[in-house]
Design a protein around this ligand. Sequence first.
Ligand SMILES: NC(=O)c1ccc[n+]([C@@H]2O[C@H](COP(=O)([O-])OP(=O)(O)OC[C@H]3O[C@@H](n4cnc5c(N)ncnc54)[C@H](O)[C@@H]3O)[C@@H](O)[C@H]2O)c1
Ligand SMILES: CC(=O)N[C@@H]1[C@@H](OP(=O)(O)OP(=O)(O)OC[C@H]2O[C@@H](n3ccc(=O)[nH]c3=O)[C@H](O)[C@@H]2O)O[C@H](CO)[C@@H](O)[C@@H]1O
Length: 419
Amino acid sequence: MNFSTISVIGLGYIGLPTAAAFASRQKQVIGVDINAHAVDTINRGEIHIVEPELDLVVKQAVQEGYLRASEVPVEADAYLIAVPTPFQDAHAPDMRFVRAATESIAPVLKKGALVILESTSPVGSTEQMAQWLAALRPDLTFPQQAGDKADVNIAYCPERVLPGQVMVELIKNDRVIGGMTPTCSTRASALYNIFLEGECVVTNARTAEMCKLTENSFRDVNIAFANELSLICAEQDINVWELIRLANRHPRVNILQPGPGVGGHCIAVDPWFIVSQNPQQARLIRTAREVNDYKPHWVIERVKATLADCLVESGRKASELTIACFGLAFKPNIDDLRESPAMEITRLIAEWHSGTTLVVEPNIHQLPASLAHCQLTETQDALKHADILVMLVDHAPFCAIAPEAIKQRWVVDTKGVWR
Ligand SMILES: NC(=O)c1ccc[n+]([C@@H]2O[C@H](COP(=O)([O-])OP(=O)(O)OC[C@H]3O[C@@H](n4cnc5c(N)ncnc54)[C@H](O)[C@@H]3O)[C@@H](O)[C@H]2O)c1
Ligand SMILES: CC(=O)N[C@@H]1[C@@H](OP(=O)(O)OP(=O)(O)OC[C@H]2O[C@@H](n3ccc(=O)[nH]c3=O)[C@H](O)[C@@H]2O)O[C@H](CO)[C@@H](O)[C@@H]1O
């Protein structure tokens, strides 16, 4: 069956670019979201998230009539589910959004449809999704009972785009295709080949689920190694960034960079899905998460120690001193504050510090409510008024600050760009 109508469930950072990519290839796409604001914004040809180049593709697709958004699922030849998969208490995956999205399409599901789960999910989720659908549609057959002859095909196809480069990576990256049967994989590959320039790499659903979790755990473990080195180097009075530069001159060593901790809603979350399912085996992955989650608290201790030194040297009271935090986003040159260690550090500083806490974040116009006690300000203003400078995110404008402006100042530099 051809894919004349494609429906993407969940129109966020992943679903909307995916919907727009199909629509830009002249496919009829109906995006579905429970967020009325997102639906209205998209139907005006605008976007509600920040991602380079996405605005133009969405505008054109809506204007030309290939993309429309709806709050209600409709009949389609293929469905892609891209709803959130956060974790709950004790770091267990929260699959309630996936279940709600799956059950919402059950009434409109027709024979011959293809359903793809894109949300990052624990191993076994695709089989679970098929069971949820089967329970609501006893009139249709699904891969677990009917194998390759099923009325409905189901696959897990994870997304691996890098925020900030989504419109390029969506098309160029290779795509892992985890069909529940060979026919499911063949059909899923045909669907992605509508816009994909990368290769479709076929496997089964369980391996594809684990592959996504593995990619992000690999990165988390490697960042944890760099963060652990930064703690060791601080004890040993060694510049960790110089150390890593030197070690990386070895032809088989490639250490990542330490920082204030690991943020974003992927690398700080997904490894827990492996740990939660395999608590006995996933010891290294768990430890890496703990090392990275500890880093913001270590930074706070450094800020406290620096403030203590500053008090002794200046003879002033803590309430008279100003601390400036440079950066809030979870990584450089974006506006995304989700799971950001810089946010956590700034909030803890503002809670504990009796003087003024300034924040410089060039990518936002207003501070989030949790930082109501801080003042959002410009780089030059912070450099002029702050007694202690805390570098949290290596945004390009911060890296460009002249060394003279930092010299002879009290500095805690978590990114190694000033010292
Ligand atoms: N953003 C990334 O960089 C990235 C990369 C790879 C994988 N992922 C994974 O993709 C999935 C989606 O992430 P995201 O960043 O796009 O999330 P997001 O929060 O930006 O968007 C999710 C959207 O789903 C909608 N939604 C929730 N429940 C719904 C339902 N029942 N029906 C319809 N819509 C519903 C929300 O309103 C929201 O607009 C997650 O599993 C995430 O881990 C994200
Ligand atoms: C395997 C992989 O690459 N996956 C990517 C990742 O995207 P991301 O934007 O979340 O990833 P990062 O850029 O790694 O940032 C994460 C945090 O780690 C900090 N960091 C980074 C490098 C370093 O050397 N030292 C650090 O401290 C950084 O500041 C930030 O806080 O997950 C997405 C969703 O699954 C994937 O789609 C996407 O492919």
